[in-house]
Design a binder for this molecule. Structure first.
Ligand code: FMN
Length: 151
């Protein structure tokens, strides 16, 4: 099965993580770009408000048929109000991805609610990971992702 990394990042954490996974697994990485930039306090509030309600957003992704039923997609996304970022769930609303894993980055909360929300909406994610700033677990989780991804 071939693999690909798709990510959204507002402030760079998920981008850094996505790059490490792409490099470690030797697979392509593609950003999902939200047309909204969510700048400043109002941007932050709008991002959380949208995500909590699964509000669909406009996004751009340069995929050109790189995904088929034999592709395992790693989605890397910040947690936004116990959901993924809006660009990531909006992409999943438009594309039925059979084999997928989610890699969240977040600041402090437990990812359980976000895992539950995403699986209830989009079905099974083969692997679920969360890199949490307050736990300082980035190196440990990246190592696990690369180990499980190279099996
Ligand atoms: C709108 C919004 C909602 C967020 N909600 C949560 C949350 O529920 N739990 C949490 O631990 N962090 C939350 N965060 C923090 C981000 O998940 C965290 O900073 C993440 O690593 C940012 O990734 P990025 O740099 O790729 O944008 C939120 C951030 C934003 C902007």
């Amino acid at each position: 099965m071939n693999k690909i990394v798709l990510y959204y990042s507002r402030t760079g954490n998920s981008k850094r993580v996505a790059e490490k996974i792409s490099e470690g697994l030797g697979v392509e990485i593609i950003p999902i770009v939200d047309e909204n930039k969510y700048k400043g306090v109002f941007g932050f509030l709008r991002a959380g408000f949208n995500a909590a309600r699964w509000k669909k957003v406009k996004y751009n992704v340069d995929l050109e048929e790189k995904i088929n039923d034999d592709t395992h997609v790693y989605f890397v996304s910040p947690v936004w109000a116990s959901h993924s970022a809006s660009a990531v769930y909006s992409f999943l609303m438009d594309n039925d991805i059979k084999t997928k894993s989610i890699v969240f980055t977040n600041s402090a909360s437990s990812p359980g609610k976000a895992y539950y929300a995403m699986e209830e909406k989009f079905g099974n994610f083969q692997n679920k990971y969360c890199i949490t700033k307050s736990k300082n677990n980035e190196d440990e989780i990246i190592k696990l992702i690369l180990k499980e991804g190279s099996n």
